[in-house]
Design a protein around this ligand. Sequence first.
Ligand SMILES: [Zn+2]
Ligand SMILES: [Zn+2]
Length: 358
Amino acid sequence: MKDYYDILGVQRNASSDDIKRAFRKLAHQHHPDKEGGDAEKFKELNRAYQTLGDEKKRAQYDQVGHSTYEQMSSSGGGPGAGGFGGFDFSGFRGGNAQGFDFGDIFGDIFGGGRSGRQAEKRGRHIEMDLPLTFEEAAFGVSRNIGPHRTVTCPDCEGTGAEKGTALKSCTECSGSGQIRTVQQTVIGNFQTMRVCPRCQGDGKLPEKPCHTCSGGGVVRRSKNVEVSIPAGIGDGEVLRVAGEGEAVKGGRSGDLYLTVRMRRHPKFERNGFDVYSEEKISFPQAALGTKIDVNTLDGDVSLKIPVGTQSGTVMRLKSKGVPFLKRTGRGDHYVTVHVVVPTKLTRQQRKSLEGWDD
Ligand SMILES: [Zn+2]
Ligand SMILES: [Zn+2]
């Protein structure tokens, strides 16, 4: 189970500044108003930050541990209260039913008259690294990705029943899809409704299970998906491919999350959408001025070196940088010019330099 530190991607000994920075970055990335945003992930981030961003709550969290803390929070008056009407069932995530991600276990805490929300079955999300070259990240690329995952069974189309056979009511839960249990926690006993492990909440079971998926409705396959990576994507950014995570019987598939890992370029560095590179020029070129060819994302571009250029001068090639992500325009390419002082001189060069007193 992911704890709050995992969610924010920080070490347990991270400083409060580190935590704040990590939260801001991720919250920005997953904000639901943003294209490619993810409300569920955003909520998770907020919950983690509500606790880790507060010294007192963080200390308490570290002391009692993740699951106990979340149970305390779910009581309504606890430290990190929030979420569903003051209750938060996320602490009970990840039960015994396979292929579930969240919402599989839901509760009617203390029997307080609040009926559990309908569990939404959701397949697991998949996270993968996406290695890209400098140029691929700059200009975008199309990739065929085939993660090994559960996909809807092609033979029974996910019903779990052998072709031509029917479904019958589940005996374990009498067809309701839910089982009531009493849980003991540090704050007392409470009842929870959980998804029936036998029928996984469907209330129905196949009369004769499908021979391909043994009734599970899903099979493990590596299925390819064409992902179009937008121009301007940066290292560490996460792309969400909706519905390409793991399939689950009777529910929505999870999503596929791809984290961009940009390879280093031999000549270029990147900062935001700007590209940086360095060029060497000779002392006479710097003193007299010249034109040099500079390698850019668009190939070689001529750069004018003005008369009397100093070593370390930064010159800008406008709009030769990385295309902006999801909007028109491009960053710039900055060239730092280094003047090379010769280490060997011909007799004539030496003479002309010696005759030069300034
Ligand atoms: Zn099947
Ligand atoms: Zn059942």
